[in-house]
Design a protein around this ligand. Structure first.
Ligand code: NAP
Length: 486
């Protein structure tokens, strides 16, 4: 086997919230599990004037906060030896010299540039990296969301990055794809013969994808008010999850085999007409209520929010997929802030038995259901009916819990750990290709435009609930209900 080349992971935005909250903790765990090569270096980049020791001290302080009980001083010490810092202003070409000096120390290294900054800096960073001759043909660049505000701006970012990096060098992160249950869904679907015959309109009644947060906009009001739930969550995370559920079996797990199938689903999503926007979409905005027993302010009272803001903090959609496999099967998508619970889950509701021999009418309530949960815990449950012990034939719902933690006792990698490993190994399967991203924008844009044209305000909902009542009406018009209402 070829000896792996030494890795230089350069994090632009290396002092930022994402780097401290997610990236360094993920790299620390990989280090502790001996998954980083001994020579791997992590170079934080920002404008702040720090030296290596200053960066290590700052990172240590933040790591204690974000790693909590996982922080071990001796492990951190050996991890910190990998850390370095380069003071660079992304907008100033001549400030890339310090970084060039660092990287020039080992020209044979494999370079990964992680752009954990505002996307408005992506173009300048890529341009200046190239001018400083830091981009090798096999260098990789990782792009954080949000990649644009709409189709035109996402194209512009992709064009600008694409001038300096080939598509096979670009890793667009959607961290939901790095979550273990999502990958297990792929394994369950395509590694077992059991599910595939049932995974179609004849046996699936509806699919529900929910990503609900309990928190409000926290300190990110200014950012969020310009974005909203549709752009922040639906365009990327929810549509990617929908693709994983709905795609045809790819010929292999190779990146383009998988991404081709996801793209076909995005292109097969039935576009929303103006009438559909009124009947198949709900957008909401939270007002004051309670969360975990504590009173919380409404969205319009949060810091950084325009007092007359029409930004949605909740979206529910009924999507349809124009394929033979899924014709007529509604895919309900829902996401929101200040919801009753923190939940991220995919629910596959199967049809009821065609005829019940047990004297009770077959009911959707008792139909089989598969629940893939990403939050708060990572589980896959199959809901079945079984006979209740006793002298009468009485059926009772039971939950078959596929307990992967029990079955595989090894530590489960967090999404960012898994995705960082994939970047280092050059595996693009779990990263979003440009055409997928653009197809997703093409589908959501008419919905956003429809809302804007209607001039209506988002429907209010009380913080700590499951969203506006119109959200319940969305499945109930088909005689269905959301998972938590069962
Ligand atoms: P942040 O806390 O505001 O950090 C921004 C980072 O960029 C800082 O390190 C900042 O350091 C650096 N920076 C700003 N201007 C710079 C310049 N001209 N040259 C070089 N460095 C510069 O932001 P964040 O929360 O980490 O988010 C980063 C990106 O990831 C954003 O696009 C965000 O939307 C996205 N994201 C964040 C999260 C999250 O949980 N935080 C989750 C998903 C996606 P200096 O000011 O010292 O230069």
């Amino acid at each position: 086997m070829a000896t792996p080349r030494p890795l230089d992971l350069v994090i632009f935005g290396g002092t930022g919230d994402l780097a401290m909250r997610k990236l360094l903790p993920a790299l620390y765990h990989l280090h502790c599990d001996a998954l980083l090569t001994p020579e791997a270096r992590i170079i934080g980049v920002a404008r702040d004037s720090l030296d290596d020791d200053g960066y290590r001290a700052f990172s240590r302080e933040q790591a204690q906060r974000f790693l909590g009980r996982d922080f071990r001083a001796d492990d951190w010490q050996t991890f910190a030896d990998r850390l370095a810092y380069a003071q660079v202003d992304a907008l100033q070409a001549d400030s890339f010299g310090t970084l060039a000096e660092r990287l020039g120390q080992r020209p044979e290294g494999q370079r990964v540039f992680y752009l954990s900054t505002a996307p408005s800096l992506f173009s300048a960073i890529c341009r200046h990296l190239e001018t400083a001759r830091l981009v090798a043909p096999d260098s990789r660049v990782v792009l954080e969301k949000p990649l644009g505000h709409d189709l035109a701006s996402s194209r512009q970012i992709n064009d600008e990055v694409g001038r300096h990096f080939g598509e096979e060098q670009i890793y667009r992160i959607d961290h939901y794809l790095g979550k273990e249950p999502v990958q297990n869904l792929l394994a369950l679907r395509f590694g077992n013969a059991l599910f595939e015959p049932l995974w179609r309109r004849e046996w699936v009644r509806d699919v529900q994808i929910t990503v609900a947060e309990q928190v409000g906009v926290e300190s990110r009001g200014d950012f969020y008010d310009r974005v909203g739930a549709m752009r922040d969550m639906v365009q990327n995370h929810l549509l990617q999850l929908l693709c994983i559920v709905a795609m045809e079996p790819p010929a292999s797990i190779n990146p383009d085999a998988v991404r081709d199938e996801k793209l076909k689903i995005l292109r097969a999503l039935r576009p929303f007409t103006t009438a559909d926007v009124a009947t198949r979409s709900v957008r909401g905005q939270y007002r004051a209520g309670a969360s975990s027993g504590q009173p919380v302010p409404g969205y319009l009272e949060e810091p950084g929010i325009a007092r007359d803001s029409h930004t949605e903090t909740f979206v529910a959609l009924k999507a349809k997929i124009n394929t033979w496999r899924w014709a007529g099967v509604p895919f309900f998508l829902r996401t929101g802030k200040r919801m009753q619970e923190k939940v991220a889950e995919i629910v596959i509701n199967f049809r009821s038995v065609p005829h019940s021999i047990f004297g009770v009418p077959s009911s959707p309530i008792h139909a089989n259901r598969m629940v893939i949960r990403m939050q708060p815990e990572e589980t896959v449950d199959l809901h079945l009916l079984a006979k209740q012990p006793g002298d009468v034939m009485q059926l009772h719902p039971v939950r078959l819990n596929l307990d992967f933690a029990e079955a595989f006792r090894s530590r489960r990698l967090e999404a960012y750990e898994r995705l960082l490993m994939d970047v280092m190994r050059g595996n693009l399967t779990l990263f979003v290709r440009r055409d997928e991203q653009e197809a997703a924008w093409r589908w959501v844009e008419p919905i956003i435009e429809g809302w804007e044209q209607s001039g209506e305000r988002p429907k209010p909902y009380t913080a700590g609930t499951w969203g506006p009542s119109a959200s319940s009406a969305l499945p109930s018009r088909d005689g269905l209900c959301w998972h938590e209402e069962i």
